[in-house]
Design a binder for this molecule. Structure first.
Ligand code: SAM
Length: 243
């Protein structure tokens, strides 16, 4: 028997469900509730009781860059990350492992899975990471987005092994195509979504990479992996209009 405690929120409605084994069965959906670890969680109503907004999951996003842009475009977007959000909207943040959320029927999933064990920039460690299973774990995590039945999926990652392990990306973008004078080669794998159009081409700084010059510190990785606001806006404008 597992015990769960949950707080369900929809608009202004908030209902606390007690400690008992439960699966949320709403319509055709059955969502495993969060573990009873004493941490209060914001949950959401996947059956859209109060409105008819499209539901968008922004997976592995602590910055909430895309979530906020999607919200401003009128969509019911949720960021999900094991880390707390830094975007200032905890009411839209699901701080948990994303895996159970992938059994929910979303209208769109945009995922930013960790690239630490996949990106070519870390190739010198691949032998060790293959041997101890870290790389396979990262591949499996990535592939749960790729294999999800959601009709519209985008997966973002830097250049890495997924191009050969799975397939080549549909598109490669740069921040300088979206108003940021920076170079960070970024791959997009798309299902049911069009290629992202450039919105504001500025100078390509060539080898000069601002994001790579973040000073060492506890938040270096987090700062370096935040989605550029111009790219987040383009995703919300161009993909959000399909919802
Ligand atoms: C490459 S970063 C992407 C950051 C994103 N671009 C943003 O702007 O916030 C990968 C993120 O995945 C999160 N993450 C790792 N494992 C996760 C899991 N099992 N469930 C949810 N998020 C996870 C990490 O905490 C990290 O924030």
């Amino acid at each position: 028997m597992l015990n769960y405690t949950n707080i369900f929120c929809h608009g202004n409605i908030s209902l606390k469900i007690g400690r008992e084994e439960c699966f949320l069965s709403i319509g055709h959906l059955a969502v495993p509730a969060s573990p009873d670890d004493g941490v209060p969680r914001v949950w959401f109503d996947p059956n859209d009781i109060a409105g008819n907004m499209s539901k968008v999951l922004i997976a592995c996003e602590e910055s909430q860059a895309v979530t906020i842009a999607m919200r401003l475009c009128g969509h019911e977007a949720y960021s999900c990350d094991v880390e707390p959000c830094s975007g200032g909207h905890p009411e839209w943040h699901l701080q948990q492992d994303v895996t159970p959320l992938l059994s929910v029927s979303w209208d769109m999933v945009i995922a930013f899975p960790p690239c630490t064990h996949l990106a070519v920039s870390g190739a010198r460690y691949f032998t060790a990471k293959r041997a101890d299973g870290r790389q396979q774990q990262a591949i499996d995590f990535f592939m749960q987005f790729a294999d999800n039945p959601c009709p519209r999926i985008a997966i973002e990652n830097p250049v890495g092994i997924m191009s050969t392990v799975w397939r080549r990306p549909d598109q490669i973008i740069q921040p300088w195509m979206f108003g940021h004078e920076d170079r960070k080669t970024t791959c997009l794998w798309l299902k049911g979504l069009p290629l992202l159009s450039e919105t504001n081409r500025v100078a390509d700084p060539g080898l000069w990479q601002n994001w790579n010059k973040v000073k060492p510190g506890p938040d270096r990785g987090k700062i370096r992996s935040k989605t550029y606001s111009g790219i987040a806006q383009a995703m919300a404008d161009q993909w959000g209009r399909l919802l």
